[in-house]
Ligand binder design. Structure first.
Ligand SMILES: NC(=O)c1ccc[n+]([C@@H]2O[C@H](COP(=O)([O-])OP(=O)(O)OC[C@H]3O[C@@H](n4cnc5c(N)ncnc54)[C@H](O)[C@@H]3O)[C@@H](O)[C@H]2O)c1
Length: 436
């Protein structure tokens, strides 16, 4: 057993980097790890990050200098999506393990470059797919793997983002294709990763539709940003960032360095991503998936249904018509991102309906905090118990990152070309029938 602490650097000191991969690691794991460097292009945000995380390590605006002088064991990448590849590739080339936030990257060329770098390196690349680790999602995996509904043949998966969380993507860099690869990549990568893992096969072909019909140039009201807007009193989407201390400290106070405006107008004309998305995916094992994502639902929630040769499994979270949701829609996402919960212990059901039988309700303990408990479990696996056997195979590596990425990239291409896109045409990875 090595007594030395794991030396970590982090690039991208935004909200996810400073909280989940920053402050939480410092609070929970300081006995086994230490931050030896922080990097961001915004020096003001770097100063704030250091105080917020409670660390005393040096800060850098130059990534290469940071790695050279800090000599880390592990590099954590939490920059905007379109830049992940840069730090992943450099990190692997410099002989470090790399842990990147999802999505792995934003297009197939960068995917291939990451695959090539990983092949040359003898280091690990971990993708932080936290959704797999929530007890609810793990239970779905367990029930399917046990063959409760026979062989899965088709899946319906629908995700509804509400007018707070959904809209938030259109306020900042996520609203531009070149930065986040559209929500097909930025958001849906979570969903495609879950699906690939549940279905236990790689995607083979993708066909998709999508459009921008609510946000962006569709808006009737328009201003520069919420703070300075002349029509804020009429706008249903008005967000007063000045009431959010953390957002003020992290973003507004540091605008002068890089012009990153966190409360941009979500009706600005430059927005070029989709706000409604629908795809069909055929898997190598012949499963057919129907997927949709909407970004302006009155509530935030999701549904999945698996049809199998011997029955059907249905799961859903936060559908207000099916249960009493006492939580305010405006607070829902904030509660998910929080790492502690005030909610009382509760159970969420999964319905298993075998052919010719009554349905059975499987109750799973549930908490909304930290992405349904997934965040904490992911940390534990990576930092405390990396070698522990996991019967559900929840640790995600490069192939998982690439395959979930490629469905979104293929969906985008399908919308642009009107064609069915073959996953095998995007990188040199061949889809396989059975993953586990
Ligand atoms: N797994 C999850 O549930 C989850 C949740 C939130 C965010 N994320 C991911 O975390 C990442 C960060 O998201 P966020 O919401 O914190 O965004 P953010 O905008 O708050 O932070 C991004 C940070 O990266 C910095 N940055 C941008 N380009 C850079 C570069 N070239 N070099 C160095 N720094 C650079 C920015 O200045 C900013 O501080 C994204 O990839 C996002 O997909 C994942």
């Amino acid at each position: 057993m090595n007594d030395r602490k794991l030396k970590i650097v982090l690039v991208g000191t935004g909200i996810r980097g400073t909280s989940f991969w920053g402050k939480r690691l410092v609070e929970q794991y300081s006995d086994i790890l230490e931050f030896v460097g922080l990097c961001d292009i915004n020096p003001g945000r770097l100063d704030y990050a250091k105080k917020y995380m409670g660390v005393s390590c040096p800060t850098f605006v130059d990534f290469d200098k940071m790695v050279q002088s800090s000599k880390p064991d592990l590099i954590i990448v939490t920059t905007k999506d379109s830049t992940h590849h840069e730090f992943i590739i450099k990190g692997l080339n410099k002989g470090c393990d790399v842990l990147t936030e999802k999505p792995l990257t934003t297009d197939e060329i960068k995917c291939q470059a990451i695959i090539n770098a990983e092949r040359k390196s003898n280091k690990n690349l971990i993708v932080g797919f936290n959704y797999r680790w929530s007890p609810y999602n793990t239970k779905i995996k367990e029930l399917l793997a046990k063959g409760n509904i026979g062989r899965v043949t088709s899946v319906d998966f629908h995700w509804y983002l509400n007018t707070y969380h959904g809209a938030s993507y259109f306020r900042r860099w996520h609203g531009l294709k070149e930065s986040g690869g559209t929500l097909w990549v930025h958001k849906a990568t979570h969903h495609f990763d879950l699906l690939n893992w549940w279905i236990d096969s790689d995607p083979e072909q993708v066909f998709a539709y999508g459009d921008l019909e609510k946000y962006g140039e569709n808006g009737v009201l328009r201003g520069e940003n919420c703070r300075t807007c002349d029509v804020k009193s009429e706008c249903e989407f008005y967000w007063d960032i000045t009431k959010d201390k953390r957002a003020m400290d992290l973003y507004v106070k540091n605008e002068s360095y890089d012009g990153y405006i966190r409360d941009n107008c979500l009706f600005r004309k430059e927005i070029d991503i989709y706000d409604k998305m629908s795809a069909q995916v055929k898997y190598k094992n012949n499963v057919v998936l129907n997927y949709s994502l909407t970004t302006y639902s009155p509530f935030e929630g999701w549904r999945v249904a698996f049809n199998g040769t011997e029955g059907r499994l249905e799961a859903r979270l936060d559908i207000p018509y099916e249960e009493h949701i006492s939580i305010n829609q405006a607070e829902m996402h904030a509660n998910e991102m929080n790492q502690t919960s005030n909610e009382e212990n509760k159970y969420e059901p999964i319905f298993v309906h075998k052919l010719w039988n009554d349905f059975e309700v499987v109750k799973v303990p549930f908490s909304r905090a930290g992405h349904g408990g997934g965040d904490a479990a992911l940390h534990h696996k990576i930092f405390k118990n990396p070698d522990e056997n996991d019967p559900y195979g929840r640790a995600a590596g490069i192939r998982d990152g690439v395959m979930s990425n490629l469905i979104g990239i293929a969906a985008r291409k399908s919308i642009e070309t009107g064609e069915i896109i073959k996953i095998a045409d995007l990188t040199d990875l061949e889809p396989i029938k059975k993953r586990s």
